[in-house]
Design a protein around this ligand. Structure first.
Ligand code: FAD
Length: 164
């Protein structure tokens, strides 16, 4: 059977799939079917977390990647040269080609067709990226982020100084 794609699957769902596969295989090989039934309790058992030395799942990869992308945008030049603007466009296009979660990358490429990257300034890039991230947030039912707060979140830290 073909392996499910790790970086396209959340670990909690991945382990559920693996458990289910195990049970299905046990049902076929075990005499005592009652012992190997997949129960509702198993599906609702506490959410497993990914050990730190394992390959990333879709969520860990996503979090790390957004951290990199937003931080990169936060430190992009205020007034980039044309060469820098071209490099950033190339980078984002290449990124959307090779992002390892294939359906995430496909969705990003689709969105980038109608909303091409804004690379003319630091603020424009940060806002564009924030909006792209919000499109994914909306798709996944997550909260929409207030894009006026990108510098606070990714560069300067909160005003109360708790990150200083
Ligand atoms: C390009 C890309 C496409 C993806 N597509 C999919 C997909 O199709 N399906 C899927 O299941 N997962 C996808 N992911 C992963 C998904 O977006 C999340 O990273 C993952 O679900 C973990 O979510 P999280 O709640 O930890 O926070 P994340 O969404 O990873 O966000 C990390 C932190 O960024 C901050 N943040 C949130 N929104 C914004 C914003 N709009 N602007 C600036 N900062 C923000 C918050 O402080 C948040 O804690 C994608 C990731 C990337 C990088």
């Amino acid at each position: 059977m073909e392996q499910p794609c790790r970086v396209c699957t959340a670990f909690k769902d991945w382990t559920k799939q693996e458990k289910k596969k195990q049970r299905v295989s046990n049902i076929h090989t075990n005499d005592n079917i009652n012992e190997t039934k997949y129960t509702k309790d198993d599906a609702n058992s506490s959410t497993p977390t990914l050990p730190p030395d394992c390959p990333p799942d879709v969520e860990q990869l996503g979090r790390s990647t957004w951290t990199f992308l937003h931080t990169m945008a936060a430190y992009y030049p205020e007034v980039p040269s044309y060469a820098q603007q071209r490099s950033m466009k190339t980078f984002l296009s290449t990124f959307s080609e090779f992002y390892p979660c294939n359906f995430c990358a496909e969705h990003l490429r689709e969105e980038m067709k109608s909303k091409p990257p804004k690379v003319e300034s630091r603020w424009a890039l940060g806002k564009w990226l924030c909006e792209m991230h919000n499109i994914v947030n909306e798709k996944l039912g997550k909260n929409i982020f207030d894009c006026s707060k990108i510098d606070e979140r990714w560069k300067d830290g909160p005003k109360d100084g708790r990150c200083d």
